[in-house]
Write a protein that binds this ligand. Structure first.
Ligand SMILES: [Ca+2]
Ligand SMILES: [Ca+2]
Ligand SMILES: [Ca+2]
Length: 464
């Protein structure tokens, strides 16, 4: 179970090319064998079983352990778990470029440092990160950590101040009188992730990834057992192609670190939809509709594309949902485009365009798979014959490296939104590191999204 996934050394290949009228032929940067899913993040599963190391953390029960990473010279909290009798377990999403992580006890300031790299090494604690390997950077003594963490705790402290008896101390319980809720985590921890879509699927797109551009963040509520119970999120529609009456939908998926893949969750988990989420009439498991016609759903129509560029403040669509039972799974929200049908003026529920590597729902018409440029099949989802995706979710964190901005609607520290390419400008032209990143299966140039050619991207007016 606690296996490291050891990436095999893969040859970088140029497969195929993109021939477009009036432009030169440029090799498309693709990953070999199509097994690269263009992820700009890692999911790290942390599982520290203190008991197996003979440690008694009784005095620490109910107190948090935080995960912090280094971003732009600052350490930022990206996850939190609470010490249980058995140990600490949690999962966090971090940007791919993350090289170091720390586990911190806010109570005692004790910390463990970890280095994330591609090597497979044994570790003193049961901490694993399946895709790239996570191992102890310094051999911090377990005994030392125990003494330090435990020694700071007042006598008889454990659970003595847990009013609602959910296993989380009042001092750290965000809902101290609610046994069903204990704490919240924003994902990403700052800023927004950006979904960027091509909407010509199953035909080949032009790789400018601006037919629909959405910023997204979500705040999950956990109970004292580290299980997810409900969430609320925001979708900021930043750019939209004018051609089709596209829609947007959401499904809940489970992410499995061991295989770095997404699976369906048991049906019926998604409940109590609110805000801009409504029942999906297709009956597909754990899905909801955001909009059957995004342009019509928005207060003002805008494209933010073509020769005009971004000229409108984007609308923010807010939503909430709950889980019908608390889930310990690594639940992820997957927003997918419903392709517009010009004949009906509505989105076609059966034409789903997902971020690559994420499975279609049962409502998708499978007859489209394998047609035109689509090569979905054999466990590979939504990549074309050049192994390029139709959609990506670009993790927010690296964009903190950008300039300071007080962004209207995005006023989150120094976070800078992903600047999408101008119309007809391929993403690997606008972002010179993209090709290196793709050809290396994400090993190199993992901060490609921070280095663009300024005349190839749109920098929104409202950003300045
Ligand atoms: Ca409590
Ligand atoms: Ca509580
Ligand atoms: Ca496009």
């Amino acid at each position: 179970m606690r296996k490291f996934w050891m990436p095999t050394l893969l040859m970088a290949l140029f497969l195929g090319s993109c021939q477009r009228e009036g432009t030169e032929t440029i090799p498309v940067p693709v990953a070999e064998k199509g097994n690269f899913d263009f992820k700009t993040e890692r999911s790290i599963a942390v599982d520290i079983q203190f008991e197996t190391h003979g440690l008694n953390l009784q005095p620490m029960l109910g107190t948090p352990v935080d995960v912090e990473i280094l971003v732009d010279g600052r350490r930022l909290q990206v996850g939190r778990a609470f010490v249980k009798a058995q140990g600490v377990t949690l999962d966090v999403r971090v940007p791919s470029f993350t090289k170091h992580a720390w586990l911190i006890s806010p109570l005692t300031k004790a910390e463990l440092a970890f280095e994330l790299d591609h090597a497979k090494k044994s570790i003193s604690f049961e901490i694993y990160q399946s895709a790239m390997g996570i191992h102890a950077r310094k051999q911090v003594s377990e005994e030392g950590m125990y003494l330090h963490m435990a020694g700071m705790r007042p006598e008889g402290g454990s659970n003595s101040r847990d009013f609602d008896r959910d296993g989380v101390d009042d001092d750290f319980d965000e809902f101290p009188q609610d046994p069903a809720r204990a704490f919240t985590m924003m994902e990403p921890a700052w800023g927004y992730n950006t979904y960027a879509f091509e909407d010509l699927w199953p035909s080949q797109g032009d790789y400018d990834f601006n037919d629909l551009v959405l910023d997204h963040r979500i705040r999950w509520v956990f109970n004292g057992k580290q299980e997810r119970v409900e969430a609320a999120g925001e979708l900021v529609v930043r750019a939209q192609g004018a051609g089709l009456p596209n829609g947007l939908a959401m499904q809940l998926l489970e992410f499995t670190p061991e295989t770095q893949s997404y699976q369906s969750l048991p049906a019926g988990l998604l409940g109590n939809l609110g805000g801009h989420l409504s029942q999906d009439p297709s009956g597909a498991a754990n899905t909801a509709i955001v909009s059957n016609h995004l342009s019509a759903s928005l207060k003002s129509y805008y494209t933010n594309l073509n020769d005009v560029g971004p000229n409108r403040i984007p609308d923010t669509l807010r939503y909430q949902f709950s889980l019908t039972q608390p889930s310990a799974a690594f639940v992820r929200t997957d927003f997918f485009l419903l392709k517009g049908d010009a004949a009906t003026g509505q989105a076609d529920r059966s034409m789903e365009i997902h971020v690559c590597g994420r499975p279609a729902t049962s409502a998708a018409n499978t007859e489209y798979f394998g047609t035109y440029a689509d090569k979905t099949g054999n466990g590979s989802w939504y990549k074309d014959h050049n192994s390029m995706p139709w959609a990506m979710e670009i993790f927010a964190a690296p964009l903190l490296l950008g300039p300071n901005n007080a962004v209207t609607g995005h006023n989150v520290g120094t976070w800078t939104p992903f600047a999408y390419p101008k119309s007809k400008v391929r993403i690997d032209i606008a972002y010179p590191g993209f090709g290196t990143w793709a050809r290396s299966n994400g090993r190199s140039a993992d901060t490609w999204m921070t280095q663009s050619l300024s005349d190839k991207i749109w920098i929104p007016d409202w950003q300045r």
